[in-house]
Write a protein that binds this ligand. Structure first.
Ligand code: G6Q
Length: 544
C-alpha cells in the first residue's frame, strides 16, 4: 500500500484550502437563512441511525471537495483492501478484519489462503453455549453453587468495550447476575470489585489478547489467590476461570484449561475487539440473541460503509468532517456527548478507538506526516455535561465540534423525563449553532451592562445522531460508525490506524522499573535525573 507523500500539494487539498478561505467568515445563521432545504440535504440514514450534519460549517461545495479528496487519497480502495483481508496494518504485517467478526455465516473472507468466517462462527457458537449455561445456572461453581457474579479482568481494548457495552445494554441484561470490570493495576480496583462477592459464586473472565499484559496478569494472579483462599482446591480454577485470548500456551501456563478459552486472531486489534470473544461478558449479560442483534447492527453499518457512495456514506462523511475541522479550521478536539445515561462510558471507549488509531506521526511508509493527525476525542453524557464544561464550548475561544447522540424512545419507564432530555439535546445544538446576538438580548430587555457577557456568538458546529432506541442493534451500528470514521480519517492522512507502538513502549518501560522498586538492595539506576530521583523517593517512602 503506497500513499502520496505530499498530501498538502494535491490539487484536492489546495482546493479545500481555497474553499476554507471563502467560508471561514460564514456563519451558520447565514447558511441556514440562505438555504431553506439545508437540513434535508445534509442528512443521511443508515443501519437505523439518522445523521443530521446540517449544523456544520459547510456548503454543498465543501462536501463535494472533501469527497474528491477522499477519492484522490484512495479511501475507497483502502476500505476494499480491508474487507478483502489484505494486510493493511503495514507496520505489523497484519490484516485488519474486525468486519469479519460480524459477517454472516454464509460470507467468505480469506486471509493467508484460509476463509476465516467458519472459525469466527465456531467461537461465537461456543460462547453462546457457555453463556447459556451460566445464565441458566447449569454451569456450577466448584462447590456446586450457581454463578451469580462475573468479573471481567482486562485492560485497554480488553476492558473498555465490555465495560461500555455492559452499561449501554443494561436494560437488556440478566439482573440476577452481577458484573464487575477490573482494569487498573492499582490493587484497590480488584479489592473494591470483589469485596462483597462470594468466591463460590464468582466467575472470572481473564481477557487478554496477548496474555502477557502486566496489569491483567497481576489482577488475574490476585483473582486466583482470592478464589483459592476460599475454594482451596486447585481444580476449582476450571469452574471459576475462563480466558479470552490468542495465546493458548500462556493461558495453559496460568492454569486455565484451554477448553475454557475462547480465541480470536491477530487480525483483531484490541480496540476493535468488543464483538469478538472479548465480548463474552456482554454475551453472558444480554444473552446470545441480543449479542447477535448487536453483531447485526455492526454488520449493517459495515455494509453501508462498504457500498454507499462517499457523498451518502455516513462514516465517511463523519470522518471527512473531522478532517475539515482538524486540518482546515485548526480544531484540536472533538467532543462526543451522548444524551443517554447508559452511554456514560461511550466517550471513554471512543477515546481509545480514535486516539490509539489515529494518534500517529508517520505515514504508512514511515515518513513524517505534514499535517495534524488524530483529534483528541472526549466527552460526557448530556445533560450532566451542560452543567460543567459546556460553557467553554458556548463562549470560550476554542472551536470544538461536537457529536451529539440521542434516542427517540426511552429505556426507562419514567418516560416523561425523556422529553426533558431530548429538549435539552435539541436546545444545545440550536444554541451552539445560532447563539444569541446583542440585538436579540436588547429586544428581550436584557440589562445593557450585561450584554457583552451574555452574547453567544454561535457558529459552533455539531453532528446530530439520532436513533429510535438504544438497543443492541443500535449500539453495534454506532460503534461501527465511529470505527469507520476513524478508518476514513486515517486513510486520508495515509497513516497506519491499526498499530500502537506508543502503547508497546510504555509496557516495556514499566516492566524494567518494577524490579528497581522492589529490590531489597538499593539498585543502580541509569534513568534520567528526574526518574532516578522519583524512584529513590518512592523507595524511601513506600509503606508496607
Ligand atoms: C488496543 C491496544 C491495547 C490493548 C491492551 C490490552 O488496541 O493494543 O489497549 O488492548 O494493552 O492488551 P491485551 O489484550 O493483550 O492484554
Amino acid at each position: 500500500m503506497t500513499v502520496d507523500a505530499t498530501l498538502t500539494a494535491m490539487a484536492e487539498w489546495e482546493a479545500l484550502e481555497a474553499h476554507y478561505g471563502s467560508l471561514e467568515d460564514q456563519s451558520l445563521r447565514n447558511l441556514f437563512a440562505g438555504d431553506p432545504g439545508r437540513a434535508e440535504r445534509f442528512a443521511v440514514e443508515a443501519a437505523g441511525l439518522f445523521l443530521d450534519y446540517s449544523k456544520n460549517r459547510i456548503t454543498g461545495e465543501t462536501v463535494r471537495l472533501l469527497s474528491a479528496l477522499a477519492r484522490a487519497r484512495g479511501v475507497e480502495a483502502r476500505r476494499d483492501a480491508m474487507f478483502a483481508g489484505e494486510k493493511i496494518n503495514v507496520s505489523e504485517g497484519r490484516a485488519v478484519l474486525h468486519v469479519a467478526l460480524r459477517a454472516p455465516r454464509d460470507w467468505k473472507i480469506v486471509v493467508d489462503g484460509e476463509d476465516v468466517i467458519p472459525e469466527v462462527h465456531a467461537v461465537l457458537d461456543r460462547m453462546a453455549a457457555f453463556s447459556d449455561q451460566v445464565r441458566s445456572g447449569a454451569w456450577k461453581g466448584h462447590s456446586g453453587k450457581r454463578i451469580r457474579n462475573v468479573v471481567n479482568i482486562g485492560i485497554g481494548g480488553s476492558h473498555l468495550g465490555p465495560e461500555m457495552a455492559y452499561r449501554a445494554l443494561h436494560a437488556f441484561s440478566d439482573r440476577s447476575l452481577t458484573f464487575r470490570f477490573v482494569a487498573n493495576v492499582d490493587g484497590a480496583a480488584f479489592t473494591e470489585a470483589t469485596q462483597d462477592l462470594d468466591p463460590h459464586e464468582t466467575l472470572f473472565i481473564i481477557a487478554s489478547k496477548t496474555f502477557t499484559t502486566l496489569e491483567t496478569m497481576a489482577n488475574a494472579a490476585a483473582a486466583r489467590r482470592w478464589a483459592l483462599a476460599a475454594l482451596v482446591d486447585e481444580k476449582a480454577i476450571a469452574r471459576h476461570f475462563v480466558a479470552l485470548s490468542t495465546n493458548g500456551e500462556a493461558v495453559e501456563k496460568f492454569g486455565i484449561d484451554t477448553d475454557n478459552m475462547f480465541g480470536f486472531w491477530d487480525w483483531v486489534g484490541g480496540r476493535y475487539s468488543m464483538d469478538s470473544a472479548i465480548g463474552l461478558s456482554t454475551m453472558i449479560a444480554v444473552g446470545p440473541d441480543n449479542f447477535r442483534a448487536m453483531l447485526a447492527g455492526f454488520h449493517a453499518m459495515d455494509e453501508h460503509f462498504r457500498t454507499a457512495p462517499i457523498e451518502r456514506n455516513m462514516p465517511m462523511l463523519m470522518g471527512l468532517l473531522a478532517i475539515w475541522y482538524n486540518n482546515f479550521f485548526g480544531a484540536e478536539t472533538i467532543g462526543v456527548m451522548p444524551y443517554s445515561a447508559n452511554l456514560a462510558r461511550f466517550p471513554a471507549y471512543l477515546q481509545q478507538m480514535q486516539m490509539e488509531s489515529n494518534g500517529k506521526h508517520v505515514d504508512v511508509e514511515g515518513r513524517h506526516v505534514e499535517v495534524q493527525t488524530g483529534a483528541v476525542y472526549w466527552g460526557e453524557p448530556g445533560t450532566d455535561a451542560q452543567h460543567s464544561f459546556y460553557q467553554l464550548i458556548h463562549q470560550g475561544t476554542k472551536l470544538i465540534p461536537v457529536d451529539m447522540i440521542g434516542f427517540c424512545a426511552p429505556l426507562s419507564p419514567i418516560a416523561e423525563q425523556h422529553d426533558l432530555l431530548m429538549a435539552n439535546l435539541f436546545a444545545q445544538a440550536e444554541a451552539l449553532a445560532f447563539g444569541k446576538t446583542a440585538e436579540e438580548l436588547a429586544a428581550e430587555g436584557s440589562d445593557p451592562k450585561q450584554t457583552p457577557f451574555r452574547v453567544c456568538e454561535g457558529n459552533r458546529p455539531t453532528n446530530m445522531i439520532l436513533a429510535d432506541r438504544l438497543t443492541p442493534h443500535t449500539l453495534g451500528a454506532l460503534v461501527a460508525l465511529y470505527e469507520h470514521s476513524a478508518f476514513t480519517q486515517g486513510a486520508i492522512w495515509g497513516i497506519d490506524s491499526f498499530d500502537q507502538w506508543g502503547v508497546e513502549l510504555g509496557k516495556v518501560l514499566a516492566k524494567r522499573i518494577v524490579p528497581e522498586l522492589t529490590a531489597a538492595a538499593e539498585p543502580a539506576l541509569a534513568h534520567d535525573g528526574s526518574t532516578n530521583g522519583l524512584i529513590r523517593r518512592y523507595r524511601r517512602l513506600r509503606a508496607r
